[in-house]
Design a protein. Sequence first.
Lengths: 235, 254
Amino acid sequence: MLLGRLAQALRWERPSWKAVLQQVVELGLGSLGLVATGMAFFGMVIVTIAWAQARKYTGNITVVGPAYLELIIREFAPLLSGLLAASRQAAAQSAELGAMAVNEQVEALELSAADPLVELVAPRFFASLVALPALTIVGAMTSVAAASATVSLAFGADGASFANTRFVGPMDVACAGVKAVLMGAYIPLAAAYRGLGARGGAAAVGEAVTDGVVEACFGCLSIDFMVAAAFLPFT
Amino acid sequence: MRALGRAVLGLLGWTGAVALLAGRCGARLGGLNGAELVRSLVSFGARSLGLAAGAGALIGATVVLQAGVYANQFGARLYTGWAAGYALLWEFGPLLLGLLMAARIGARNAAELALLTIHGQLEGLRGISLDPYRLLIAPRVVAGVLSVLALSQATFLVAVGFEALAALAMLGLPLRVFLGAFAEMLHLGDVIAGLTKSLAFGLAIALVSTVAGLRVEGGARGVGRAAASAVLVSCATIFGLDFLLTPLLAKVLS
């Protein structure tokens, strides 16, 4: 719904590319630390679990490695990077936009004949479309690196098996790509919707942030499920 | 280099604040204000139930989707129940729910405490020699932890149910087979592992969001920023705890 209005608004005016670039940098770099650290930790954790599972069933982790790599690329990287970015991005954007809405800065924008959707939301939207896939790639690489390192250093087995792309096909990358783009579209929209709708004061800003982040996260979960289901016949 | 130093200092600052808060709350566990505890339990726990259930359904179905792909490839469909259940109990249940709860409970707690702080109400309480920790802060922390714990278990049940349904609908796996494999191959230790993680995550969310809320500076913007940083730091803490706990639990419980 918000997307429709945004598309309409964009037909009349174009957002300044400088603003978009600014947002790309802020969104990308801002979430980079969290995504990289989080995914690195996750890579190490998933390896620990794989190790336990491999010991019970195949006795050899190198068998499980390529399968886990496919899982990481197809599922975990988009989902977890998305959730982490959603948390940070939606929280920051809802907070900013909410504070602006409550301070009536948004109405002031409208009064000076600037469309808040174009000025405020559009740059963030386009930036997120670019930034989130980039963050997903970073997340995937970080977790794979962490996983390989953990297998080699902590378990003394062949870490390269986790970087073995034997099972990874174009469909996996496509699945991840679709997820990342959709999440990248959804997160700023959810955050903006909640942020701009804040009315009433500081309490409203808090509510806006809470709801914005929750909606963004839940949206990521839903998108992940729907895309995974859609791609299932193509495994 | 400077950014790294700042990050480390920030980390130490947070750790210190959290530890201090934990100590203060722990010291007052005996005389908590019951009314606030109940109110917080409802606000954090009961009101988040729908979200948690929905998340559980999605998580369960997605786990089965992915696990089923592998079970099919390796011709081990019977094991889908075990693989999916294992992954869920140990990892995805606590982690994904933790992230979601960090968003909902963490942001809400931080925002409410931030509001109370900037309106000077907490200091007002101290002014009339009432202890804000006993009255407000500690009950909320306890309520937060209990809510996350309880919600995790409820979510797990919902997730298992949806896992079974998803296995049936998308992989053609009979309910009996799925649930049978589940019951056979999972042990109490797995459940305890998931519980411990949920407890740890809940504690992290409650403490971090309280610190974030109390640290607020500024007006409406500050509240927003407090909520945002509550979510951010909670998520980072959850991932870190997950990393520390998983191998530890694996060693202790296997």
